[in-house]
Design a protein around this ligand. Structure first.
Ligand code: KIV
Length: 287
């Protein structure tokens, strides 16, 4: 077996030159109309494979609570657990040449108190290797985003279906379907962009709405998951796109493993299809 550290000293066949992704590079991609490709990973090996496949951003999502720990929500995931997985992913990315930008989720409860407490949580994740942090929710989060950005923390916000508050949303359902909730989502998105968020994940939002939000925010880049093809980029949970889920797979997911010869080929197919705007296919994967 080859560890990511050993692989670092071996040539990575066919990966091409490493393209280092920074917030500035994301802006350039946006201006050039190049889609941003994000994928979750929770350990060194899969993160290294994602880097080799040309993924732009690796998200250490608190979805690890569900796909790795077997919990029924993301709520029990702790900051220490997130830092542990972030450090593993950081080692895998470094071994693969360090191309993708590493984004880590602030787990439930780690940013809901004082701004100082949230800053301490960001510090722990960034010391573990995160280059950007993600937090869920709109409205109350905008002043927090501004506070963190002013202190040098790049922030990705997350609106629409926010898994940490799935109980309050009455389950995994599409958000922003009616006019009032669509306008609220639009307002929260603009406030977060104004506060300095670099990215905005939109989860389970109608395609027309996420396209409208994307067009309203030229310097905050939308990353969709179940939000149609009009966003600046796409993200999927790795286990879902590999067809490795125990439960029912959401409609917005495509199984990229079905026609691939291995994990890296599946990741490469995902990168290719997002870049060529073949995934998501709105007739199949959107609402
Ligand atoms: O935790 C996670 O994996 C996420 C994605 C669903 C965007 O937040």
């Amino acid at each position: 077996m080859t560890s990511p550290q050993q692989a670092a000293s071996a040539p990575y066949g066919g990966a091409g030159p490493v393209r280092k992704i920074t917030p500035r590079r994301l802006q350039e991609m946006r201006q050039a109309g190049e889609k941003i490709v994000m994928l979750t990973a929770y350990d060194a090996t899969f993160a290294g494979l994602a880097a080799q496949a040309g993924v732009d951003m690796v998200l250490v999502g608190d979805s690890l609570g569900m796909v790795s720990q077997g919990r029924d929500s993301t709520v029990p995931v702790t900051l220490d657990e997130m830092a542990y997985h972030t450090a593993s992913v950081a080692r895998g990315l470094a071994a693969a040449g360090g191309g993708p930008l590493l984004l880590a989720d602030l787990p439930f409860g780690s940013y809901h108190g004082s701004h100082e407490e949230a800053m301490r949580s960001c510090t722990q994740l960034m010391q573990a290797g995160a280059q950007m942090v993600k937090l869920e929710g709109g409205g109350w989060t905008a002043p927090l985003v501004r506070y963190l950005v002013e202190r040098g923390v790049p922030v990705c916000a997350h609106l629409g279906l926010t898994p940490q508050t799935v109980a309050a949303l009455s389950g995994y359902r599409v958000q922003g379907r009616d006019e009032a909730s669509a306008e609220l989502l639009m307002r929260h998105s603009c406030e977060l962009a104004e506060a300095g968020a670099t990215l905005l994940v939109l989860e389970m939002v109608p395609a027309a709405l996420s396209t409208r939000i994307t067009q309203a925010m030229p310097s905050c880049h939308t990353i969709g998951i179940g939000a149609g093809a009009g966003t600046a980029g796409q993200v999927l949970v790795m286990h879902d796109m590999l067809g490795a889920s125990l439960g029912k797979t959401p409609r917005f997911v495509k199984n990229f493993m079905a026609e691939a010869g291995g994990v890296r080929a599946a990741f490469e197919a995902y990168v290719r299809e997002v870049r060529e705007q073949r995934f998501p296919d709105e007739a199949v994967h959107a609402w």
